[in-house]
Design a protein around this ligand. Sequence first.
Ligand SMILES: [Ca+2]
Ligand SMILES: [Ca+2]
Length: 308
Amino acid sequence: MPNAYFDCDGSLLLGGPNWSNVEVQELKFFKKTYTNLKPHASVRFSMIFFAIDGWEYLNPPSFTKGDYIELVFGTTSLELFVVDPTNTMSGGGYTDNFCGIIAASDLSFRVFGSVDHSDSSLLLKFISHLNQLTNNESFGVREILLTFSGTPTPPLATIPCALADATIYNMATCACPRGKYSGSSGCTDCDQSCDSCFGGSASECYACKDGYYFDGKQCLSCDSSCSRCSGPKKNDCLECYPGNQLFENICIPTSRCIGSGFPTTGCKKECSPPCSYSSRSTWDQTCFPSCPFNTFLDSTGLCFSKGF
Ligand SMILES: [Ca+2]
Ligand SMILES: [Ca+2]
């Protein structure tokens, strides 16, 4: 089996030119099952999709069916076609070329959408319906974000939806730049908490912006220390801003983390000289030097004056 990942001009893809071979069944799909999901009514998704090399796109005005990828969310299947605006084959309307064959153009675009789903497990599957060999055409995907919502798929959430830099079959109404949605008076700003959206409120996001999380109804602010998070607390961080290190879901400023080997191996749980058990902080057992007289160690590992 080829590697499931491919470095496409600096973007690490799931898939890529070693994959989606029409002749090898095992190479025609990716799948992952998510289990133990909290109660929800729909799944909103956001991902960056790559159509690599010699795809036959959907050609207007006849819209002859070309190559496509099937997105499976549980029992729901969505078909992802790309429209070639110039009515020529193999990506004549697109000029980018960053992956696979040098002579064949490629296209990347962000896809959004929502599907109704309420089971406690979710099968996510990408099935290739490319009809030629991997060295002729292939696909990839990255930055897959799934947001589980307590409300059913909204009527305005056209499925799937893409940005203005690509046209997906039958989805022209949602082709607005990132951070905007197609409103009655054209492309309109999303709420500031949304990375992408189908309406103007914080509950109408396909995906939350960095620094926000989805609580099942809307995007809410993370603790200011987290760049991505699963909840509002300081220890709900999933990713940190530059200059910080994630340690047990807390973002610690690099300068405050003194474990030997940091940052290549992260903060250490084990104490080593000159740290001692008595000087490690209680909240994450990270080693810090003893604090000077009349100071105390705070929860982030800094020494503060007593009474401060
Ligand atoms: Ca190419
Ligand atoms: Ca083809």
